[in-house]
Ligand binder design. Structure first.
Ligand code: SF4
Length: 377
């Protein structure tokens, strides 16, 4: 199996915390779409021969700015050049203000079968502060429109650790989510990325970020509440009803090859990683010259080991020591086992079937710390 990721680099406005690649004007959209079409053709042999694509993911940026016709034409080309499974998960990231009744019907008609809706909070005060383009009324109506259009596979994003998000606010957001009867939630702890407007505001003390203990209480409530609602906590930030886990996420965490297209997109052919320049002009010029914009990431084995530790430890499957040994050697496996001993003794992790190192509840609270302690090199 394999995946395809398409990066749509346009947004209506810049959210204060965001460090993804995007521009806030649409005048390059036509040129981008022509370049993307060309790139789909140029990348047709990127994936290992014969691999069937079981997930297509429109990320960004704001892919919901695309029209039905634009989405259909991209998907038609993907079907033409790749072997796409008839039951492939096809996800579109959306901002709630884009999901009108008409657009939701268009998304489903184009072939999209999963919507990822960036709600973030059901309080307007938080949305305004984050400079989101939508308000809470639009969040509710987006979900209604998506369901009425026929979407059954919907996921929502919520953020905790926000400035001024009280524990009561967070409980309200999660309870509101539960009432919406959506089968998947991605709940992220706000991170202050360098260079963002949020990081400047924090540095100038115009915004107070809640302390770690308080954020931990929000995370604790999140885990308890989602479990009580019958969701599986299958990755630190991801919760799904049984059978509704994201195929796209799974492929990424478990090293399945994927072709990334669009400026700033990353790709993995099963052996090597590549990235497109996160710069529209460079991306357009390269593709318009009939060349792939893919830059090979020259990573050493230590980077690969650390990536596997970082990504897998967040999942409910954990790190398979057998797989780790097979990939990186028995010496490295023994070294990882040795570094894990302390966390196993303190009950932050468990070892199941003498093979899988998995974070338990206590370990999830300090997942980033444990990950850093397990890193090689
Ligand atoms: S809509 Fe998404 S990609 Fe665009 S600025 Fe906001 S968080 Fe970033």
């Amino acid at each position: 199996m394999a995946g395809i990721y398409l990066h749509i680099p346009f947004c209506k406005r810049a959210c204060t915390y965001c460090d993804f690649h995007f521009v806030t004007h649409l005048h390059q959209k036509e040129r981008f779409l022509r370049a993307l079409e060309k790139e789909i053709e140029l990348q047709r042999d990127f994936l290992p021969r014969g691999e069937t694509v079981n997930t297509i993911y429109f990320g960004g940026g704001t892919p919901s700015l695309l029209s039905q016709a634009e989405l259909s034409s991209i998907l038609n080309l993907l079907h033409k050049y790749f072997k796409v499974d008839a039951r492939a998960e096809i996800t579109l990231e959306c901002n709630p203000d884009d999901v009108t009744a008409e657009k939701a019907a268009g998304f489903i008609a184009s072939g999209v079968n999963r919507l990822s809706i960036g709600i973030q909070s059901f309080f307007d005060a938080h949305l305004t502060r984050l400079n989101r383009s939508h308000n809470s009324t639009q969040a509710f109506s987006a979900i209604e429109h998506a369901k009425k259009a026929g979407f059954e596979n919907i996921t929502a994003d919520l953020i905790y650790g926000l400035p001024d998000l009280s524990l009561e606010n967070w409980k309200h957001n999660l309870k509101t989510f539960a009432k919406m009867e959506i089968p998947h939630l991605s709940a992220y702890n706000l991170t202050v990325e360098p260079g963002t407007p949020l990081s400047h505001a924090v540095a100038k003390k115009r915004v107070d970020i809640p302390d770690d203990d308080f954020v931990l209480r929000q995370f604790e409530f999140l885990m308890d509440f989602m479990a009580s609602e019958g969701f599986e906590h299958y990755e630190i930030s991801n919760f799904a009803r049984p059978g509704m886990r994201s195929v796209h996420n799974h492929n990424y965490w478990f090293g399945i090859p994927f072709a990334g297209m669009g400026p700033g997109a990353h790709s993995f052919d099963g052996k090597n990683r590549f990235s497109n320049p996160a710069n529209n002009k460079k991306y357009f010029e390269t593709i318009e010259n009939n060349a792939l914009a893919l830059w090979k990431d020259h990573r050493v084995t230590t980077d690969e080991m650390n990536e596997l530790i970082m990504v897998r430890l967040r999942t409910s499957t954990g790190i398979s020591l057998d797989e780790f040994g097979k990939r990186f050697g028995e010496e490295e496996r023994a070294y990882l086992e040795n570094r894990s001993k302390g966390f196993l003794q303190t009950g932050h992790m468990v070892l199941t079937n003498k093979n899988h190192l998995i974070l338990n509840r206590k370990g999830k609270y300090i997942a980033d710390y444990i990950t850093a302690e397990l890193f090689a090199g």
